[in-house]
Design a protein around this ligand. Sequence first.
Ligand SMILES: Cc1cc2nc3c(=O)[nH]c(=O)nc-3n(C[C@H](O)[C@H](O)[C@H](O)COP(=O)(O)OP(=O)(O)OC[C@H]3O[C@@H](n4cnc5c(N)ncnc54)[C@H](O)[C@@H]3O)c2cc1C
Length: 572
Amino acid sequence: MQSSISLSLSSPSTVCRSDCSAVASNANVTLLTSPRSLRFCGLRREAFGFKSLNSSVHTRFQSSKTTRLSCSNRIAASLGGNGAPSKGFDYDLVIIGAGVGGHGAALHAVEKGLKTAIIEGDVVGGTCVNRGCVPSKALLAVSGRMRELQNEHHMKSFGLQVAAAGYDRQGVADHANNLASKIRSNLTNSMKALGVDILTGFGTILGPQKVKYGDTVITAKDIIIATGSVPSVPKGIEVDGKTVITSDHALKLEFVPQWIAIVGSGYIGLEFSDVYTALGSEVTFVEALDQLMPGFDPEIGKLAQRVLINPRKIDYHTGVFASKITPAKDGKPVTIELIDAKTKELKDTLEVDAALIATGRAPFTQGLGLENINVQTQRGFIPVDERMCVIDANGELVPHLYCIGDANGKMMLAHAASAQGISVVEQVTGKDHILNHLSIPAACFTHPEISMVGLTEPQAREKAEKEGFEIGIAKTSFKANTKALAENEGEGIAKMIYRPDNGEILGVHIFGMHAADLIHEASNAIAMGTRIQDIKFAVHAHPTLSEVIDELFKAAKVKAYTSSPVAEPVAA
Ligand SMILES: Cc1cc2nc3c(=O)[nH]c(=O)nc-3n(C[C@H](O)[C@H](O)[C@H](O)COP(=O)(O)OP(=O)(O)OC[C@H]3O[C@@H](n4cnc5c(N)ncnc54)[C@H](O)[C@@H]3O)c2cc1C
């Protein structure tokens, strides 16, 4: 699930998330009608320090500068008066980047009484809300329903008769866009209501405890960098935003190609394959490694391939790189040159209607002023210790400076970013806190879903060999679960890797209906250090999917006895 591919600076098209050229051709109008995308382009350009611009771009730059100046003031006064800052500082805490990581940190900081500001150069919500989790889950909600309605056998088994299912592309796209707007305004309002100052502008660190946004310089006792990531596009791939696209473009669903190549079979590529095939596209995966879905537990990956890939209109090429991709032009299709991942010899050339580049995410840390505090990125990521404290070029911790979320590359997930932010706030308010990343769950929202927490089986075997302990594997099937069978969704398994000697849960992997919701019992158990011999006595409602997990705990063969004390009985 982690991405470590660095951002290619050579291609401006990889830098700008929205359509900059359209903005450039109509700068003044766009300034009035669509400040969002204009600011966005401005943010990226400022970050990359583009100074010499041609005349049309010059107009655009001036416009975006005007926008920045006009909105580099505080836009949300402290309604709730979020405390007085520490002596000598404007704020106790300044967060750069109002994605989910920054948002989570800001809310917790106010709860802890810190005078808090958050700087955002684009729109509140960052990747997750505007170009990630939120719109993609809206599209997946549609693909799930389409899949169900199109499955005549499935419908008949319920005794249901449904006329041919169809969809309105714009209606589906609107659903995703409306959801993103709604969640964006929820996030903004939640911060305003608590009195977080939302400062609009591009944030740059000037020195210790000093940040600039727009033309304004502010000081803070502690600073959190939460600047997130952008799609990573390998060299040789030309993104035109129409026929060769990244997830940023695909989420707008401007068209549904008949045949689309998806480069990369990680969770983002897999989710899009679910969407596109449900809407009628044929998909070809291009994967550099020898197997599809390389990040998943191999056994779960195999089952997922049997259910999510093989019966659908999907084929794939593994062990190959897409070395050159050229957008469709003048009636010619998109062409993709595939080279052997090992020998680098040309293996094949594909001609498709569209290509989606899902090769990972690159941290967005440029233009942050890291040189002012002697911090060097590692493949773009900001180095941090286990407490998210930033490490400088000499290996020393930078006092009062933290980095959370995609920008540090520890675990590129929304809830991980938010949890890291909360952990930092705990520390700066006097409580030492280290987040256990092995307890953070991850999910892929295909139909059915995949979820996981902790180690995969190969990782657990490696650890066991190194540290000298045995591992046990417990499995249960959705086929034996009443609720799953009532839903005609018996396809799926849950698998737990554990230590039989002491009952420690090392990893849990689920493939099946609502797997993403089911994983939390296991992830909470890992986070709390709960042992299997204790949790197996917890009672689950019948009939629910959670009984799959109940069965999993009960199936484990733990040698240790029950270790938890009996809780105080609750009055009947
Ligand atoms: C298609 C897709 C689907 C995804 N689905 C899921 C999912 O289902 N579940 C999940 O957990 N994760 C998912 N993710 C990943 C998730 O979106 C990210 O892990 C998460 O958004 C990271 O949060 P963040 O706060 O670190 O950064 P971001 O959300 O990227 O926010 C960073 C913010 O900082 C701003 N910024 C950057 N530099 C500056 C600066 N110098 N000054 C001011 N502002 C700045 C940016 O404009 C942005 O708003 C998905 C991602 C994609 C692309």
